[in-house]
Ligand binder design. Structure first.
Ligand code: IFM
Length: 454
């Protein structure tokens, strides 16, 4: 039993999250079109170690086994994404029935196990023809995206509990800026940000119209910014980082305007676009991994850089391990946005090497310690007045960590990428106990009993 779970409210949702390109594989099966990430991975020097998503965890063919892993954990909610090119191969017009059938099976399998589907419409993989037409730098992509979202709502709206339009728009912005000279990086990044938000805003009413029972949100990767020193240059740099990272999305979504710096909005947008983007949300998805400690830097695109957090170790990806700072972000959200919708923590996780040593399950004590500490922060925020409705660990399975390839492992279940065997890690057992303790305290949302395996 873990001591913290019984204290969460009865309706709190416990979950895990994944994304299509990172786990599905079957990159060209059953009529799926190529995506921007297929193209990138297949290019020489594409992803670390020559990794591709061609097979990944082969979740496409091992769906039943993965559904059993979810049921074994006892989760209430499973967050996954739809691969846009699997269901609409060219990004406009024709839908691919065999791709749709895969998600039908997944949704039905979740519901049969009493698990609420949380569907991410866009987790970074779009059809290659959309990329060829300029990707998110082009305004038309927002319109294509809204059509695609509507198509999902028409097909899956009877079964999806929660919709997330876009995952981590900031990550998409940063990805597009990488390698560009400063002036073009700024312009490109801000254009991409605006079009992602516009696509989100155009999609919201289409989802509401065709999936009226679903709740709708967006997932932002927020850090929580502090200046490296109290010196005026670092304080101003931290304000810029907050404006160009966290508030770049929160302000137009929740206040109807982009943040202002030096008296001007960081993006000049017309009234109609701003009204579209500010469509009311049912929840805000928060993805959190690490805080941002900021110092002034002339070489940074927006005049700042991240610096180490004193006293914090770093994880495999070099991110500061400072779970005790999660609460500061949650408190800042509460204070800065009086109209904040309820929060779902849609991602929180820890990368490690996690190799089995032949003695049993993979032991991943750093992950357990990190997740437990983050959950304590969530609990403290609830007590302090935050409206947090659920929590999703990233991730169910070890998977393809984008440019970093397969080396960083985030899963609660280990995946042997040669045999594709799944083996629950110690963290899987720990999380299962957290969820079971929550129910065992007599606070179970529905009192349902689920089989525990692994
Ligand atoms: O793997 C990613 C995920 O796709 C988006 N959020 C962060 C995770 C870990 O880097």
């Amino acid at each position: 039993m873990d001591e913290l779970a019984p204290a969460f409210p009865p309706e709190f949702r416990w979950g895990v999250a994944t994304a299509a390109y990172q786990i599905e594989g079957a990159w060209n099966a059953d009529g799926k079109g190529p995506s921007n990430w297929d193209t990138r991975a297949h290019r020489p020097g594409g992803l670390a170690g020559g990794a591709t998503g061609d097979v990944a965890c082969d979740h496409y063919h091992r769906t039943a086994e993965d559904l059993d892993l979810l049921a074994g954990l006892g989760v209430d909610s499973y967050r996954f994404s739809v691969s846009w090119p699997r269901v609409q191969p060219t990004g406009r017009g024709r839908w691919n029935g065999r791709g749709v059938a895969f998600y039908d099976r997944l949704l039905d399998g979740l519901l049969a196990r009493g698990i609420e589907p949380m569907l991410t419409v866009y987790h970074w993989d779009h059809p290659q023809p959309i990329e060829d037409a300029g990707g998110w730098a082009g305004r038309d992509t927002a319109a294509r995206f809204a059509d695609y979202a509507e198509g999902l709502a028409v097909r899956f709206g009877d079964r999806v509990t929660r919709w997330i339009t876009v995952n981590e728009p900031l990550s998409v912005v940063h990805d597009g800026m990488a390698g560009l000279p400063t002036a073009s990086a700024r312009g490109h990044g801000l254009r991409v940000a605006h079009h992602l938000l516009l696509g989100h805003g155009l999609a919201v009413p289409r989802l509401r119209a065709h999936a009226p029972a679903g709740e709708i949100g967006i997932s932002l990767n927020l850090a929580g910014t502090t200046p490296a020193t109290e010196g005026p240059e670092d304080v101003a740099a931290a304000a810029r980082a907050e404006a160009y990272e966290d508030r770049l999305f929160l302000d137009p979504l929740l206040r109807g305007d982009y943040p202002h710096l030096d008296g001007r909005p960081v993006i000049e947008a017309g009234d109609a676009d701003r009204a579209t983007i500010a469509a009311p949300l049912d929840f805000l998805g928060v993805n959190w991994y690490a805080p941002a400690r900021i110092a002034a830097s002339a070489s940074g695109v927006f005049g700042y850089t991240r610096v180490p957090v004193p006293g914090a170790s770093t994880n495999l990806l070099g991110w500061p391990v400072a779970p005790e700072t999660f609460g500061a972000l949650l408190a800042w959200l509460r204070a800065a946005y009086p109209d904040l919708p309820p929060i779902h923590v849609t991602e929180n996780g820890f990368p490690g090497l996690d190799e089995p040593d032949g003695t049993g399950p993979v032991h991943d004590p750093r992950r357990i310690a990190y997740l437990r500490a983050c959950l304590r922060q969530v609990h403290a925020a609830l007590e302090a007045g935050s409206d947090i409705r659920g929590y999703h660990v990233w991730s169910l399975l070890d998977n393809l960590e984008w440019d970093h390839g397969y080396r960083p492992r985030f899963g609660l279940a280990h995946v042997d990428f040669t045999t594709l065997a799944r083996t629950p890690k110690a963290s899987y057992r720990w999380y299962r106990q957290v969820i079971a303790a929550h129910r065992g305290a007599g606070t179970g949302r529905d009192g349902k009993e689920r089989a525990c395996s692994g």
